[in-house]
Design a protein around this ligand. Structure first.
Ligand code: ARG
Length: 466
């Protein structure tokens, strides 16, 4: 059935945009996903209008009932979205008015400018709540993998060159820390998303005595103390998209972190490293090479994170030249915002699932960690214990490394005599440095990959995420 647009009844225009212009201006193809929040906002607004006498109680009740019925129909897939009605707000208002003549009074004291800001904020609140939960689950997956392999040691890398030994768990907990910062940023951003703009009108509020706080309370815009939070400047309220930018930034940085994790997973699953095995369900084969098992989930987590950065830059660029207040350009905020929310949530969920289906090849890790060069720094520390200044100790051990290389044998296979050929400071106990277990037990400082410290951190995270 053809609906009448609330706008087509506008006295100012002989016709609305048609053809290409309508296609160019419509947003219903993507903003319809705000329908639930648009209805909730309208219900709150109608209730408030009933309270201040703009609507009779009976009208307010009928409007609320009609809006709820529309919601049921949309939910059940019985709703035809009409592109000629431009956006989600006009589609829903037109349908309301068709069902309930008093619906024509709903838009009193309201503009699509404050309405869309409201809907977007409400939608984003829900996304943040869900994402936060998914982040916790991801952290739990990392901790679970770390706990299941808590005595596995691997080389730690700088410049992608073997550097010093670390527990595999320590490496994974580094990502738990990163994700924790992302969670904090997300929750911090939430407090700025959770501000009610309704009542700001097109840009300059309304002559009617709107009860903005009542609307805020109905819609859950409250601070920790349960006090309503409403925007304090009508012009800012309709043109502000900081909350969207902030979310896109948080998603970008989180995406960058998970892209780095993906890169580690990709490296570790290669034959060269062979530290981990990803379950078949999270890999794919090659259409040509029968032996291939590719880490596509990790690669796409890495690849898709590019969109997050792109969306952030799109939003910032969208905003930078806008005069106050609302400009239609702002309609372009939705696709990047929706895209970032969808993309980051998919990355988080799939990374979580992949990690829960990944096992560790302890033998390969142990073999790599047995490289005694990883303990060259410990040998320098040994000399420090013998009162050699570190700079000198570093130089002497450099000579020892060069000697071992020349003799084509591992560092720990040098004899005491050969060590003493470099420095008389080396004693018989120097070679004890190469006991890997002891080397890790010696690292006791907070945040180090020491045996006790890593266990302590694992317990801390397990308890915190419980
Ligand atoms: N679809 C519009 C948007 O997303 C709604 C607000 C339109 N306001 C207006 N004055 N044309 O921004």
């Amino acid at each position: 059935m053809k609906k009448t647009s609330p706008v087509s009844r506008s006295g100012r225009f002989s016709s609305g945009p048609g053809g290409d212009a309508a296609k160019f201006t419509e947003s219903i193809s993507f903003d319809r996903r705000l329908w639930r929040h648009d209805l909730m906002g309208s219900i709150a607004h109608a209730t408030m209008l009933g309270g201040i006498g703009v609507l009779t109680k009976a009208e307010a009740k009928r409007i609320v009932r009609a809006l709820e019925a529309i919601g049921d129909d949309i939910e059940a897939g019985r709703f035809d979205w009409d592109e000629s009605l431009e956006d989600v707000h006009m589609n829903l208002e037109a349908e309301l008015t068709r069902r309930e003549p008093a619906g024509a009074k709903l838009h009193t004291g309201r503009s699509r400018n404050d309405q869309v800001a409201l809907d977007t904020r409400m939608w984003l609140r829900d996304e943040i709540v869900d994402l936060e939960e998914e982040l916790r689950s991801l952290q739990q997956a990392l901790v679970a993998l770390a706990q299941a392999n808590n005595d596995v040691i691997i080389p730690g890398y700088t410049h992608l060159q073997r550097a010093q030994p670390v527990y595999f768990a320590h490496h994974l907990l580094a990502y738990v820390e990163m994700v924790e910062r992302d969670r904090e940023r997300l929750l911090d951003a939430f407090s700025r998303v959770n501000v009610c703009p309704l009542g700001s009108g097109a840009l300059a509020g309304s002559t009617l005595p709107l009860d903005r706080k009542q609307v805020a309370v109905i819609l859950g815009f409250e601070d920790r103390q349960g006090r309503p939070v409403v925007s304090q400047n009508s012009m800012d309220a309709v043109s502000d998209r900081d909350f969207a930018v902030e979310f896109c930034f948080v998603a970008s940085l989180l995406g960058v972190h998970l892209s780095r994790l993906a890169e580690d997973v990709i490296l570790w699953s290669s034959s060269e490293f062979d530290f981990i095995r990803i379950a078949d369900a999270y890999t794919t084969g090659s259409s040509l090479m029968p032996q291939k098992k590719n880490p596509d989930i990790a690669e796409l987590a890495r690849g898709k994170s590019a969109r997050l950065v792109g969306n952030l830059v799109s939003l910032l660029t969208l905003l930078k030249g806008l005069p106050m207040t609302y400009n239609r350009d702002l309609q372009e905020d939705k696709e990047p915002l929706f895209g970032s929310a969808d993309t980051i949530r998919a990355i988080v969920r799939l990374t979580d699932a992949m990690l829960r289906h990944t096992s560790v090849n302890a033998a390969a890790c142990t073999a790599a960690a047995a490289d005694s060069a990883l303990l060259a720094t410990d040998l320098a520390d040994y000399l420090v214990g013998r009162k050699v200044p570190f700079r000198e100790a570093h130089h002497l051990v450099g000579e020892v490394v060069a000697l071992a290389e020349k003799m084509t044998k591992p560092l720990d296979q040098l004899t005491l005599k050969e060590l003493q050929g470099v420095s008389r400071k080396f004693r018989a106990d120097a070679l004890e440095v190469f006991n890997l277990k002891q080397a890790l037990a010696k690292r006791t400082a907070i945040g180090s990959p020491g045996t006790k410290e890593v266990k302590k951190q694992l317990r801390r995270w397990a308890k915190r995420l419980d």
